[in-house]
Design a protein around this ligand. Structure first.
Ligand SMILES: [Zn+2]
Ligand SMILES: [Zn+2]
Length: 208
């Protein structure tokens, strides 16, 4: 049997979602309740800043940001997650889930439920790719309002600088996209791009 990933069309031996897209979806579902929470801070136009007052998801309609945030908070996110949950339950031959309680609780429960059923979804649910895409879209819409998750950068390893007494610094060095030079926050040691590999090689065993 030949198959392909419903999200990226990569060929698969079986199933409907490739491991990379399963992971991305799992992470999005895990972040969703936090994102939902973050939207609360953007319900009034003042909070969003005057220059960012037009939402990307309603480009052209000149809708103020608070309405887009409102859409996502009161309905949008919960409805998207719940309708997918309902369809997965239907596909598994289970009854319809109840949508009750606060919207916040509904987002949390639906995201968690989908996360716990990802293995089955990836293996046996033909619409898995559409589910992954729609979760990505709703996350994109929310992120266009609240801004990106803070990027802490990729962890390169520990600072290998040695001080006068022979002690290794050991502070964590992170790399943010586009950075060509890293400075250790702790000891101030500088690493140029050509040193990155050396830094990786000099890592103490089991640390990377
Ligand atoms: Zn894929
Ligand atoms: Zn250091």
């Amino acid at each position: 049997m030949t198959a392909s990933c419903g999200a990226c069309e990569r060929e698969l031996e079986h199933g409907y979602l490739c491991p990379g897209d399963v992971l991305a979806l799992a992470e999005r579902l895990e972040r969703m309740p936090k994102l939902y929470e973050a939207l609360a801070g953007f319900l009034t136009p003042a909070a969003a800043g005057a220059t960012e007052a037009v939402s990307h998801s309603h480009a052209g309609s000149r809708m103020p940001v608070d309405e887009a945030a409102l859409d996502l908070r009161y309905g949008g996110i919960a409805l998207v997650l719940e309708s997918w949950r309902a369809d997965v339950q239907r596909a598994r031959g289970w009854g319809a889930p109840a949508a009750e309680g606060t919207v916040e609780g509904r987002v949390l429960r639906a995201a968690r439920w989908l996360g716990m059923n990802l293995e089955w979804i990836a293996a046996s649910y033909p619409a898995a790719g559409d589910l992954a895409r729609e979760v990505r879209e709703v996350e994109g819409a929310a992120l266009s309002i609240v801004g990106a998750f803070p990027d802490r950068g990729r962890r390169i390893g520990q600072c290998v600088a040695v001080d006068a007494s022979g002690v290794v610094c050991g502070a964590t060095i992170r790399h943010q996209r586009g950075q060509t030079r890293l400075v250790c926050d702790w000891c101030g040691c500088k690493y140029e791009e050509r040193d990155f590999l050396r830094l990786a090689r000099l890592q103490p065993e089991g640390a990377a």
